[in-house]
Design a protein around this ligand. Sequence first.
Ligand code: ATP
Ligand code: LTN
Length: 329
Amino acid sequence: MKKTIFSGMQPTGVAHIGNYFGAIKNWVSLQDEYNCLYSIVDLHAITIRQNPEELYQNTLNALALYMACGLDPDKNTIYIQSHYHGHAELCWLLSCFTYMGELGRMTQYKDKSAKNADNINLGLFAYPTLQTADILLFGTHLVPVGDDQKQHLELARDIAIRFNNIYGDVFTVPEVFTPKTGARIKSLSDPTKKMSKSDGEANYVGILDPADVVMKKFKRAVTDSDTEIRYDPENKAGISGLLEIYAAACNVDIAAAQREFEGKQYGHLKTTVAQAVIDNVTTPIQTKYNHLIKNPDHLANIAKSSAEKAASIGNPVLEKTKKAVGLVL
Ligand code: ATP
Ligand code: LTN
């Protein structure tokens, strides 16, 4: 029996190369070895106020993007979270096993509530419990994510163990999977921070950015006033961030990337990294994406049948959970 993978991404805009290297690229590489469910987590997205038309379009586009990145809908269950009621239902059950103190300690909650001080809502606070429900619903063994999600994964494990200690072996306790290179791609405008969709255009390279835009963004990447190209995240965050992107885009390790640029100038590094991203990541993905997006009916059919498949895997776990706590079925 193959083990199960679950992961998800919010349809809060077009994915960037951080999302690709940190998450999607690894989803693609794991799709043959595991039973995989990949979800467009729209219920998570609405914890921050979204423009309805944009959310709608971003959700459908995300499905095409997953496929353009190499996820095969015949091998993976690729679906929209809100199409299966099990997520919201298990979230409620698990919210009765999540402590307020635990949720209050989550760094993503602290960051997002600082950025959205006028809308610190219950959903934003409970976000990690919904994420835990996503994962536990399918008996997930492995969760491939970027570095920033490790804390949420720890919480998911704690909740699963807590529940199992009371009711017996209901949930599989999931493990986190982060890639060796690319788990925390840095912002181009402030390389001490992670690249993020919500920190402004200049900080990220979108997977659908045209080649000239990608080149321009890399040329403007913040580095330092030194001249040496060396991997040293503490003291040379910008240069180290670029080397990491190069390593991820070319599938080499950081040491090999550093050797390649020894004695070279910063300008050369920036344009070479940009070209590697254009040739190996954005252009091939965009070619497939532009083809897929022309057939929305096909995408809608995939979303529908995949949600049914997700429900058929999740429903037995949901029932088992309800039964364990004493609900009448
Ligand atoms: P936002 O900035 O709106 O919070 P995000 O860019 O962090 O969004 P998510 O949808 O929250 O994107 O994350 C999707 C996946 O991409 C997660 O697995 C996350 O860990 C990963 N990820 C996000 N940013 C990076 C990054 N800079 N480097 C590597 N992986 C990342
Ligand atoms: N919180 C995640 C997205 C997410 C997720 C999940 C990731 C929602 N549910 C379940 C892995 C497993 C993020 O990327 N911000």
